[in-house]
Ligand binder design. Structure first.
Ligand SMILES: [Zn+2]
Ligand SMILES: [Zn+2]
Length: 323
């Protein structure tokens, strides 16, 4: 792995790496040159910092946006595609995105649904707070604006995307976004797990695929037996199996925290929210969506019961002895 400033070479793939894995930094960007110009996997945040990240990385590689002919978007989120605004000012590449995220890439107002903002507003309605929350203002305030794209072509599970000398298998890996994709290049053993594996898990909500979707996606990623994993946020993972395992553990630890709280007695949604996230700044978003995803999984498995106000552990009566 060669390091050239903020540009890394990972088995022939060039990655413009973001300075930090923390929101609202843009995602890592992948650049693939060919004889017609170049392709990119994700383009980063809208807003000035996103433009600087994209521009500085391409300049370091001796490239200009005019020669960008293809963009693959891992999913329709602002830190991955907000910078399409700058791309489209310079050039009109073909844009691939999973069919489940096509509509949101064209009409960004649909993100309210996949981020489950209506659910969070409903939970906070009794408190009278966050009722005028605007997702796009939230992105703008953090300097990672969202912008739509054009020229979209849908990809689906199992499709092969040929970019330069590389062939990427498209894996539908929901949980964090309904059309979140990961890309596997079998010949070099590289897996682009995008937002699902990194320093910490991505957020998840019921409409983004939920916890059950996220866990199933981690199984899909593990089954590829990649030898190196490139995340969208954070450093390259040299042991993909361990990196994927760490994400699974962190997700299941949250479930353990919830079950522990419920063992003390029935709890309200808001009480469980406080048990799960000490930082109240996370309660509205992404807290509500994450908690609801856990409750859906636990209810589906018959481990909890949900009343009008209270959530409780399912009482398991001891089996009568047949001896
Ligand atoms: Zn994302
Ligand atoms: Zn991201």
């Amino acid at each position: 792995m060669a390091d050239g400033g903020n540009c890394l070479d990972v088995r022939g793939l060039t990655v413009i790496s973001a300075g930090s894995h923390l929101w609202p930094n843009p995602s890592n960007l992948c650049v693939i040159k060919d004889d017609k110009g170049f392709s990119m996997i994700d383009v980063g945040c809208g807003g000035p910092a996103g433009y600087d990240h994209l521009h500085a990385g391409l300049t370091r590689l001796g490239l200009a946006l005019d020669d960008l002919h293809t963009v693959v978007l891992s999913h329709a989120h602002p830190d991955h595609m907000g910078a399409m605004k700058y791309v489209l000012e310079a050039v009109h590449p073909k844009v691939f995105i999973h069919s489940h995220d096509v509509e949101a890439a064209l009409d960004i107002s649909l993100l309210h649904e996949s981020f489950d903002i209506p659910l969070a507003k409903e939970k906070f309605a009794p408190l009278g707070t966050f009722q005028d929350f605007d997702l796009f203002e939230f992105f703008d305030v953090f300097g990672c604006s969202m912008n739509p794209t054009e020229n979209v072509e849908a990809v689906n599970e199992g499709d092969i995307l040929r970019l330069g000398d590389f062939e990427f298998e498209v894996l539908l890996t929901p949980g964090h976004a309904p059309g979140h994709i990961s890309l596997f290049e079998r010949r070099i053993g590289v897996l682009l797990a995008n937002d699902l594996v990194g320093v910490s898990p991505a957020w998840y909500t019921p409409n983004s695929g939920g916890l059950r979707g996220y866990l199933a996606s981690l199984d899909t990623l593990e089954s590829k037996k990649a030898s190196v994993l490139i995340p969208s946020h954070g450093p390259v993972v040299k042991n993909p199996e361990a990196g994927i395992g760490r994400m699974r553990e962190k997700l299941l630890k949250r479930e353990a925290i919830l079950c522990e709280a419920l063992r003390a007695g029935p709890q309200t949604f808001m009480e469980l929210l406080s048990a799960l996230f000490r930082d109240a700044g996370l309660h509205f978003f992404p807290g509500c969506g994450i908690l609801e995803s856990h409750l859906i999984k636990l209810a589906k498995e018959g481990k909890i019961q949900r009343g009008e106000d209270l959530i409780s552990l399912t009482h398991v009566s001891p089996k009568a002895s047949t001896a």
